[in-house]
Design a protein around this ligand. Structure first.
Ligand SMILES: Nc1ncnc2c1ncn2[C@@H]1O[C@H](COP(=O)(O)OP(=O)(O)OP(=O)(O)O)[C@@H](O)[C@H]1O
Ligand SMILES: O=P(O)(O)OC[C@@]1(O)O[C@H](CO)[C@@H](O)[C@@H]1O
Length: 314
């Protein structure tokens, strides 16, 4: 049986996280401390999967000095990777954590442009990687130069090979990707409201929206994350309201990606929907309690599984 999980980050980043005592918008902010991590959604997913002991390979585009640092970071973390090198520079994303409110302000660059020859090389590489794959994770924004329907195309290639898929995207690329029927989607509440172009102030409105998406786009499951308020898991037969255990949040960057990693691992291991929810919530919540773009380890997640609150709504 195939077990490999491919994570795709078309627009990765080095995440530079700075802590300031109290953020002054429009004023001078002195940085108390700084850290740099390999980032980009699919790379964060791969970091968690590596700790979980899954067979994971991560791919996408990297370029320039920042790209070289990113590749070095992945080697240090022993994450199997196969990236197409582009001429332009990989971006650096700034994350400002205000220690007085514990809020994170994110400033994400657009990223280096991908040329058509580089895209062609990626499609060839992706086609090869699919041969051994069980699950595909597509996550994050698109670099300039990429077509908004790229997720749709990659999902169609994956489905032709019988590969399950998780899509975590927003805006136009998300809408296009949905047309190719990913197995699971994991929007946060803002991405879900943006997709449907309406506010979803109550749990029951969120659940109805998830069911609507499952029916319209023939999805297996929709998982909506809502930061400290937890998450809602909906598939064709079950609806779960999931509540995290208390933490002191340090940086929520990568929390959603950690959920996606736990969902991918649960698909490979054919866990029940409830077990998937436990793993995903524990992974996201542990990551939110860590600094920078540092992510949950398998030991930390498994210790917390029983502390996840699950209420079965159907
Ligand atoms: N402040 C917090 N306190 C407790 N748990 C949190 C907090 N923030 C995030 N989490 C946990 O992490 C999960 C995912 O968080 P969130 O909804 O912010 O994801 P996201 O917006 O996709 O994140 P990102 O895109 O930065 O990876 C939540 O469902 C919750 O379990
Ligand atoms: O600009 P995108 O691709 O939407 O998001 C990129 C990003 O904010 O997402 C990750 C956290 O989820 C970070 O590591 C990274 O900087």
């Amino acid at each position: 049986m195939k077990k490999t999980i491919i994570t795709v980050t078309l627009n990765p980043a080095l995440d530079k996280t700075v802590n300031v005592n109290k953020m002054v918008v429009g004023g001078l902010n002195r940085v108390a401390d700084v850290r740099v991590d390999a980032g980009g959604k699919g790379i964060n997913v791969a970091k968690v999967l590596q700790s979980f002991g899954e067979e994971v390979v991560t791919t996408g585009f990297v370029g320039g000095h920042t790209g070289a640092v990113l590749l070095h970071e992945m080697e240090t973390l022993h994450i199997k990777n196969s990236f197409v090198t582009i001429h332009q520079e990989t971006r650096t994303n700034l994350k400002i954590v205000d220690q007085s409110t514990k809020e994170t302000t994110e400033v994400n660059e657009a990223g280096g442009e991908v040329q058509s020859s580089e895209l062609k090389a990626f499609y060839e590489l992706f086609d090869q990687l699919l041969q051994d794959a069980a699950v595909l994770v597509l996550a994050g924004s698109l670099s300039p130069g990429l077509s908004v329907d790229i997720y749709e195309q990659l999902l169609q290639m994956a489905h032709a090979q019988g590969v399950l898929s998780i899509l975590d995207a927003e805006g136009e690329s998300f809408l296009h990707g949905l047309k190719a029927h990913p197995t699971v989607i994991k929007p946060n509440i803002h991405e879900l409201e943006g997709l449907l172009n309406r506010q979803l102030p109550t749990d029951s409105e969120i659940v109805n929206a998830c069911q609507e998406l499952i029916d319209t786009y023939k999805l297996d499951a929709v998982i909506v994350s809502m930061g400290k308020d937890g998450s809602i898991f909906v598939n064709k037969t079950e609806t779960l309201r999931v509540t995290p255990f208390p933490i002191e949040p340090k940086s929520t960057v990568g929390a959603g990606d950690s959920m996606v990693a736990a969902i991918a691992s649960s698909l490979v291991h054919e866990r029940s929907f409830e077990e998937m929810a436990r793993y995903a919530c524990a992974a996201g919540t542990v990551t939110a309690s860590k600094s920078g773009t540092d992510v949950a380890t398998v030991q930390e997640v498994e210790q917390k599984l029983e502390q996840v609150g699950i209420t079965r709504l159907s």
